[in-house]
Design a protein around this ligand. Structure first.
Ligand code: GAP
Length: 438
């Protein structure tokens, strides 16, 4: 998938522009001309990303007694990647234009080169996506290893450690969120296909029973779909897609896809990995990775059901789904749990010290509610401009201190989506907003 093939680029282009302008996402290393496939999250993007991660962790780890989390190293012993099959099979078919020498993924190309208008392609060859790196200080003796090509293996190599240290019993899950690196042939479509990105995953270990494990896969498919929906993505913009062609580790696989303006795109994979990972790590490490079932007295390698979401893709699609244009405003209708700022506080007029003083008091009061942080303060321009500015970044509530506030000790709370206003006493403001957001 490349920009060339997108059916409707408009919305994505608007998101790219808004993301840069308002500090969600910038091109990586921009002042040096960038680095293809890398992106930096700005002040608002960092908050949004943190919120998405927190919602994943709360839902998956804190929401299930039998799921724990880990945070494994990005660099691993290179044998891990031999065992996982990544060194042999983690590749995409690459073709090169014989005329302009631009390279593309063969599965995304027609017969001729789109860049120079008609050059013929070489025969496809497999191009490995692992990013190489070298460790050690002595030239010639450096260890060649890889930046992880999926976060998954950091979980599987710790299967025994987690079992031994927690005494957890099947079925159980191990979740992780973290960076992944892939030398993508054609990074593009903003953050959709990057070379450095984050994944949020659950590896759920179950008894090696085909029927039972397929039922558990169905359960996680639905759970993950609900998660996106509960965080505000319109269900009609989501669908499951079954994989016909399976990855080297998978026995069954589905994607959750998002309708990116007429173009269905993969957002998360739900995979039945069988016992591929544990079996291969057992073979390559020569360690016993079997599970002992105390009830049945059996020893076996569990199957794994995996949910593997792209954090950056989720953020991109949360932004796309939330983006709306109304008469004279742009709104990001982000779910309040995801919105970078939960509320913004303004004095009606910045040159009236009595209004500023009371607005500052209201602001301080809100910042004592952990769930409302961060709260924005804005006293620039007129009130209309401030609403416009907060709508565009998705702030769900704007709080204004006006002249009536001085007498009644209350504020106006404006709802981002309906634009309806309510008067709330300052005393009750924190609890009022807290209830709306949590
Ligand atoms: N552990 C399984 C695994 O990594 P995957 O389908 O290769 O499976 C999972 O990746 C998710 O990671 C994808 O559904 C996608 O959301 C995200 N992802 C994959 N490649 C990506 C890339 N180059 N840029 C951004 N996100 C990517």
């Amino acid at each position: 998938m490349t920009t060339r093939q997108r059916s409707s680029p408009d919305k994505l282009e608007k998101i790219v522009s808004l993301a840069k302008r308002r500090g969600f996402i910038y091109p990586g290393s921009e002042i040096y001309g960038g680095l293809a496939g890398t992106w930096d999250y700005g002040p608002l993007g960092a908050e949004l990303k943190r919120n998405v991660k927190n919602e994943f962790w709360k839902n998956i780890v804190y929401g299930h007694e039998n799921i724990v989390g880990v945070d494994a190293a990005i660099m691993m012993n290179p044998r891990v990647w031999e065992a996982s099959g990544h060194l042999k099979s983690f590749s995409d078919p690459l073709v090169e234009c014989k005329k302009c020498h631009h390279r593309f993924r063969a599965d995304e190309m027609g017969k001729t080169c789109p860049d120079c208008g008609g050059g013929e392609f070489t025969k496809p060859k497999q191009f490995n996506l692992m990013v190489e790196t070298y460790l050690g200080v002595v030239e010639g003796e450096k260890l060649k290893t890889y930046l992880r090509g999926e976060i998954t293996q950091g979980v599987h190599v710790n299967f025994k450690n987690v079992l031994d240290s927690t005494r957890i019993k099947l079925p159980f899950g191990v979740a992780q969120i973290g960076k992944t690196f892939r030398n993508e042939i054609t990074p593009g479509d903003f953050t959709f296909r990057s070379r450095e990105f984050e994944q949020m995953e659950l590896q759920y270990y179950v008894r090696p029973d085909k029927n039972e494990s397929m039922k558990i896969l169905e359960y996680w498919k639905e759970e993950r779909m609900k998660w996106y929906e509960n965080l505000g993505i319109n269900r009609k913009n989501l669908r499951f897609k079954m994989h016909e062609k399976l990855a080297h580790y998978a026995q069954a696989a589905f994607d959750i896809e998002y309708d990116a303006d007429g173009d269905w795109k993969e957002m998360e994979g739900i995979h039945h990995r069988g016992d591929w990972d544990l079996r291969r790590h057992q073979e390559f490490s020569k360690q016993d990775l079997t599970y002992f079932d105390e009830e049945t007295k059996e020893r076996f390698l569990p199957f794994v059901i995996e949910t593997s979401g792209g954090l950056d893709r989720a953020i991109l699609f949360f932004l796309m789904d939330a983006y709306a244009e109304e008469k004279d405003r742009i709104i990001l209708k982000l779910h309040p749990k995801l919105a970078p700022y939960k509320a913004a506080v303004f004095p009606l007029l910045a040159n009236k010290p009595e209004l500023v003083k009371l607005a500052r008091e209201a602001y301080s009061l809100l910042t004592t509610h952990y769930s409302l942080l961060p709260v924005a303060w804005d006293d620039r321009g007129n009130i209309g401009k401030r609403y416009y500015s907060q709508d565009e970044i998705g702030t769900p509530y704007c709080v204004t201190v006006d002249f009536d506030s001085l007498e009644k000790n209350d504020v106006t709370v404006r709802n981002r989506d309906s634009m309806k206003q309510e008067r709330i006493s300052i005393e009750k403001l924190g609890d009022y907003l807290n209830k709306k957001i949590v």
